[in-house]
Design a protein around this ligand. Structure first.
Ligand SMILES: Nc1nc2c(ncn2[C@@H]2O[C@H](COP(=O)(O)OP(=O)(O)OP(=O)(O)O)[C@@H](O)[C@H]2O)c(=O)[nH]1
Ligand SMILES: [Mg+2]
Length: 147
């Protein structure tokens, strides 16, 4: 299994912005239209996580990754993953809460939503805007991909 990281989550959850922050890329993210491979990361369109028609693609693509990042936007009022979704992947899943800088952010609520689908396991709280939590997440991921 390759040492890639696959990032999944709802449309506009902040996945691509996080990918850019992880690579210190200051360009604003544009809508992700298809799978995007960047170094050790695989970015996915939000539609793949929101529409069950794409779950098979996510599962197939996950075979190229050694870890899955499940992203939950801290400003959202619901969970976009089905319950127990992490159990469908053979790899470990790690949670990431995005947009903690936002005035409407509720990271505790976001974590509760995420836990319904992630179960136990680490959850990182991040802002791609301010960089909060991004260094910690990068350090954790680099250790995995460099193993
Ligand atoms: N306040 C704030 N806004 C953010 C943050 N990260 C992303 N956004 C905004 O959220 C919107 C969606 O960001 P993207 O990174 O494109 O989201 P995505 O999950 O890649 O979306 P898809 O490609 O459609 O699946 C953009 O308007 C970003 O500016 C953040 O950390 N803080
Ligand atoms: Mg994107």
């Amino acid at each position: 299994m390759s040492k890639r990281v696959m990032i999944i989550g709802a449309i506009e959850a902040g996945k691509s912005s996080l990918v850019r922050a992880l690579f210190n890329d200051e360009q604003p993210a544009r809508k992700t239209q298809a799978l995007e491979y960047r170094d050790w990361l695989i970015d996915t369109p939000g539609e793949y996580s929101e529409n069950p028609m794409f779950y098979r693609t996510l599962m197939a693509t996950s075979l190229e990754a050694s870890i899955i990042l499940m992203v939950q936007d801290a400003t959202r009022e619901r969970n976009y993953f089905p319950p127990g979704f992490s159990q469908g992947f053979p790899q470990p899943c790690v949670g990431v809460i995005t947009k903690i800088d936002h005035p409407d952010a509720d990271p505790d609520k976001a974590e509760a939503f995420l836990r319904q689908s992630l179960g136990d396991g680490a959850v990182y709280r991040t802002s791609s805007l301010t960089g909060d939590g991004v260094d910690e997440l990068r350090a954790f991921l680099e250790k995995i991909v460099q193993q």
